[in-house]
Design a protein. Structure first.
Lengths: 401, 348
C-alpha cells in the first residue's frame, strides 16, 4: 500500500473540511492531535486555526510561543499555508458575546458586574463547552480561515459540547424568572404565583440576597434572549453541517474505547457521523506469535502472559537464570500489553465501522515542539500508513489475536 | 514471600497509623492518571488493616466496582464492595486482623440537593424545584453550590463517623481546585442563609488536617508532573487543605537486566538464541530503558519541585485493573508506607 493512492478519510478532514471537532475523554492526547491536524492543513497550503482549551502552556510552547490568548496568534514555520492558534478564555468569550448583543454599553456593563454572571462560566455546566462552540462560530464567520480545528473540553459526556448552546438558551429563558419579571401580563398570573412560591423557597435555603441577585441578572439580560437564541441556533447548525468533521481521540484501553464507541453511537443518533478515530499512544509490538513460541520458557510467565511476580518454579523445564529471564519477562509483558491494546483497537474498528481508525504509536518523548507535532502528523499521514476499517464479508478474517 | 497486604501485625500498625492521620482522604489528580485505581487500592489496603472504609464516587465512574471484581454502576445508596472479615481469595497466610468492610456510594449534586431540601423541610417541593430547572438557576446564583452540597454531605458522613476511613474519588484536577475552593468562595459571596453555614462547616473540615487530607495522584510523565506541582501549590494556597503523600502511579519496577544484551543473556544461560529472538528481546529492553529514563527524570523533577513524600506504585502491563492487580498495587503501597514510617530502616 502506498500513500499516493486514493486520499484517506483523514486527508479529507485536513484537506477539505472547514470545521474539525476533536472529541475524547481527558488524558488521551486530544490537544496534541488537534494541533497536529491544524499543522497538517497548513502544510497542505490551507489557512488553519486551532482552538485549544488546555490551559497548560504545553501547546503554546510546542508552537514556539510563551502563551496563547483568546485571539488567533500566527505561528511561524516552514509551510505553504498559515497556522494560527488560540486558547479559549470562556469568560472573555462570554463578555464579547454580551457586548455584541447588548443594546448599549451600559447594559453590557451592568451584566458584567452582576454576581451571577461573573460566576456563570464556572457554575453553569456546559458554559465552557458553549463558549468553545461560540468561538468556533465566530472564527468561522469572521475569521479568514479555510479550516478551524477545535479541541473540546474533556467532559465525561462529550455530547455536552453539542448540547451546550441549548443549555445556555434554556437557562436564559427560564420561565419562572421570565414570569416573575412580567407579573402583570394576563395569562401568566399563575406562573407568577408559582414563581413567587419557588423564590420564597430559594430564599429560605440560600438567603434573600441570592434571589435579588438572580432577579437583577435576568433583568440585565432582558431583551437579549432573542439574540442569544438565534445565535445558539446558528452554532448548533454549524456543528451539524456536512462540512463539519468529528474526529474522536481515544487511548488503546477498554474504558477509553468504550467511551469513544458511546460517543460515535450518540453522534449517529443525531444524524451526524464520525469522520475518523485516532487511537493515540499505542505501544509498539516487538514480537509476533511465532517468535513468542520460540522464546525460552520463563519461570515468571503466568497463564495470561503478564509478567506479574510469582513464586519461582524450580522444577520448570530448563528455566534460564538471571538476565535472560528478566529480558524474556519484559518482552512478554510488552507483548501481552500490546495484545490487549490490539484487542481494544479491533473492538473499536468493528464497532465504529465504517469510520476509519488511525493508530498513533507511543513516541519516545512527549510532544513539546513543532518537530514533535510534525512527527505526529507524519505518523497520521505518513508513508504507507492506511487506517483500518472493519473487514467486509469479502475481506480476510479480522486479526483476532 | 509476602503475597497479601497487611499480613503482619507490624504492617497493620503502620497502615493504621497512616490511615489514622485523618478520616477523610480526598484522592485527586488529572484524568487518566489512575485515580480510581489508586482509590480502590487505598480502600483495599485500609480494609486489610481491619479498618472500615467508605468510598465516595463523585462522577459515577465504574472502575471501582471492576477493581473489586463486581459489576454494575454505583448508586446514591451504599453497596458493599468487600464484606467485613472477608479473607482474600488467594491468601496463603492468615491476616493478622480480619478485614474491615469496603462500602461505596455516589454523591451527585442533584441527589445531595434533594436530600438537603428534605432535611430543611422542603421535601415536598423538591421534585418540582428540580423539574423547573431551578437547580441551574440556584447554581448560577450561588457560586459552587453543587460542590458545597456534595462536600456538605461528605462532612456529614465524617461527623457521623460512618466509617474509619472515608475515601473521596474527586473530580479531575482543574475541577478539583474549583471543587475544593467552592466553600471559601461562597463564604465571600453569600451574606446569610443556611447554605452559608454549610459552607463554613466545609471550610472547617478542609482546614483541619486531622479530619481531611488530599492525596494527589500523578504519573511519572512530563505533563502530569507539571500539573500535579501546580495543583499542589494551588490547593495549599487557595484551599489551605493538608496534602498527604503524592502517589505516583505507573512507575517501572527496577530492571536489573536492562544493560545486558539479549545475546549476552542467552550466552550466560547457556542457550543459543536465534537472531530474531535476540533482536526482539533487545528492542523491548531498549524501549523499556528509554521509558524508564524518562520516568526517572520526571520523578527527580517532581521530588525537586514538590517537597512531599512520594508513594510509588508499579506500572502494570494489564490495562484492566481487577482484584489481582489491586493486590499488587496494595503490596507496593504498603511497602511505601512502611518506608515512610521507618525511614532509618530503609536507609540502612
Amino acid at each position: 500500500v502506498t500513500s499516493s493512492s486514493a486520499p484517506t478519510a483523514m486527508d479529507d478532514v485536513v484537506g477539505e473540511r472547514s470545521i474539525v471537532v476533536c472529541c475524547g475523554s481527558g488524558g488521551v492526547g486530544k490537544t496534541t492531535i488537534a494541533a497536529a491536524l491544524a499543522l497538517e492543513a497548513a502544510r497542505r497550503g490551507r489557512d488553519a486555526c486551532v482552538v485549544t482549551i488546555d490551559p497548560a502552556r504545553r501547546l503554546a510552547n510546542a508552537l514556539g510561543l510563551d502563551e496563547l490568548t483568546n485571539r488567533p496568534t500566527p505561528i511561524d514555520g516552514e509551510w505553504p499555508g498559515r497556522l494560527h492558534a488560540l486558547m479559549l478564555d470562556p469568560k472573555a468569550t462570554f463578555d464579547d458575546l454580551v457586548a455584541r448583543y447588548a443594546d448599549s454599553g451600559e447594559q453590557a456593563e451592568r451584566i458584567r458586574h452582576n454576581r451571577i454572571y461573573r460566576n456563570l462560566t464556572s457554575t453553569l455546566s456546559g458554559t465552557q463547552e458553549y463558549m468553545a462552540a461560540e468561538k468556533l462560530y465566530e472564527l468561522t464567520e469572521e475569521g479568514d480561515f479555510d479550516v478551524v480545528v477545535v479541541d473540546t473540553p474533556p467532559t465525561r459526556n462529550a455530547l455536552d459540547f453539542l448540547d451546550a448552546p441549548g443549555r445556555l438558551t434554556r437557562f436564559l429563558e427560564n420561565r419562572v424568572f421570565q414570569a416573575l419579571m412580567k407579573p402583570t401580563r394576563v395569562g401568566l398570573r399563575f406562573m407568577g404565583v408559582a414563581a413567587h412560591a419557588l423564590l420564597r423557597t430559594i430564599s429560605r435555603v440560600a438567603g434573600a440576597d441570592i434571589v435579588s441577585d438572580a432577579v437583577s441578572f435576568f433583568q440585565a439580560f432582558e431583551g437579549m434572549e432573542e439574540g442569544f437564541r438565534t445565535r445558539a441556533a446558528r452554532v448548533r447548525e454549524l456543528l451539524r453541517q456536512p462540512d463539519t468533521a468529528f474526529v474522536l481521540v481515544a487511548s488503546p484501553r477498554p474504558d477509553s474505547v468504550g467511551e469513544a464507541v458511546h460517543f460515535a453511537d450518540k453522534l449517529g443518533e443525531t444524524g451526524m457521523s464520525v469522520s475518523a478515530l485516532v487511537v493515540n499512544r499505542v505501544q509498539p509490538r516487538f514480537a509476533d506469535d511465532s517468535l513468542l513460541e520460540r522464546l525460552p520458557p520463563s519461570a515468571r510467565e503466568r497463564p495470561d502472559g503478564s509478567a506479574r511476580r510469582a513464586p519461582a518454579n524450580e522444577e520448570g523445564p530448563s528455566a534460564p537464570a538471571g538476565a535472560l529471564e528478566d529480558l524474556v519477562a519484559n518482552l512478554r509483558g510488552y507483548t501481552a500489553a500490546s495484545d490487549r491494546e490490539e484487542q481494544a483497537y479491533s473492538d473499536l474498528v468493528a464497532k465504529v465501522a465504517p469510520a476509519p481508525v488511525y493508530k498513533v504509536p507511543l513516541l519516545g518523548t512527549d510532544v513539546h515542539d513543532l518537530s514533535g507535532l510534525a512527527a505526529v502528523c507524519d505518523l497520521l499521514f505518513g508513508a504507507g500508513e492506511r487506517p483500518d476499517r472493519a473487514p467486509s464479508a469479502a475481506d480476510a478474517p479480522a486479526g483476532g489475536r | 514471600v509476602q503475597s497479601e497486604a497487611a499480613t503482619t501485625l507490624e504492617e497493620v500498625m503502620d497502615l493504621r497509623a497512616f490511615f489514622g492521620q485523618s478520616r477523610v482522604l480526598i484522592v485527586a489528580g488529572k484524568g487518566g492518571v489512575g485515580k480510581t485505581t489508586v482509590t480502590a487500592a487505598l480502600a483495599h489496603l485500609a480494609s486489610s488493616a481491619g479498618l472500615s472504609v467508605l468510598v465516595i464516587e463523585l462522577e459515577g465512574r465504574e472502575g471501582l466496582n471492576v477493581a473489586f471484581g463486581q459489576e454494575g454502576p454505583l448508586d446514591y445508596a451504599e453497596s458493599v464492595l468487600r464484606a467485613a472479615g472477608a479473607a482474600p481469595e488467594d491468601a496463603e497466610d492468615d491476616s493478622a486482623v480480619p478485614a474491615g468492610s469496603v462500602r461505596a456510594r455516589t454523591i451527585t449534586p442533584d441527589d445531595a440537593l434533594l436530600e438537603y431540601l428534605a432535611d430543611h423541610g422542603l421535601g415536598r417541593v423538591s421534585k418540582r424545584l428540580m423539574a423547573t430547572g431551578i437547580v441551574d438557576l440556584v447554581a448560577g446564583a450561588i457560586p459552587g453550590i453543587r460542590d458545597i452540597l456534595v462536600l456538605g454531605k461528605v462532612k456529614q458522613i465524617e461527623r457521623n463517623r460512618l466509617a474509619d476511613v472515608v475515601l473521596v474519588d474527586a473530580p479531575a484536577t482543574g475541577h478539583t481546585l474549583t471543587f475544593l475552593s467552592s466553600a471559601s468562595g461562597l463564604l465571600d459571596a453569600a451574606r446569610g442563609g443556611p447554605i452559608r453555614s454549610q459552607a463554613a462547616d466545609v471550610v472547617d473540615l478542609l482546614a483541619d488536617p486531622a479530619r481531611c487530607q488530599v492525596v494527589l495522584v500523578t504519573l511519572p510523565e512530563e505533563m502530569p508532573v507539571n500539573e500535579v506541582v501546580d495543583a499542589a501549590f494551588a490547593l495549599e494556597d487557595r484551599v489551605g487543605v493538608a496534602l498527604g503523600p503524592i502517589i505516583v502511579n505507573g512507575c517501572f519496577p527496577s530492571f536489573a537486566a536492562g544493560e545486558t544484551s539479549g545475546a549476552q543473556a542467552g550466552a550466560q544461560a547457556g542457550l543459543a538464541l536465534s537472531a530474531d529472538v535476540v533482536r526482539a528481546l533487545d528492542d523491548a529492553r531498549r524501549f523499556r530503558l528509554v521509558r524508564q529514563r524518562l520516568q526517572e527524570e520526571q520523578l527527580a523533577r517532581l521530588a525537586q519541585q514538590l517537597p512531599l513524600d512520594q508513594l510509588r506504585i508499579p506500572y502494570l502491563f494489564a490495562p484492566t485493573i481487577g482484584p489481582a492487580e489491586i493486590d499488587e498495587l496494595c503490596d507496593a503501597l504498603a511497602a511505601g508506607i512502611h518506608e515512610l514510617r521507618h525511614p532509618a530502616e530503609a536507609a540502612s
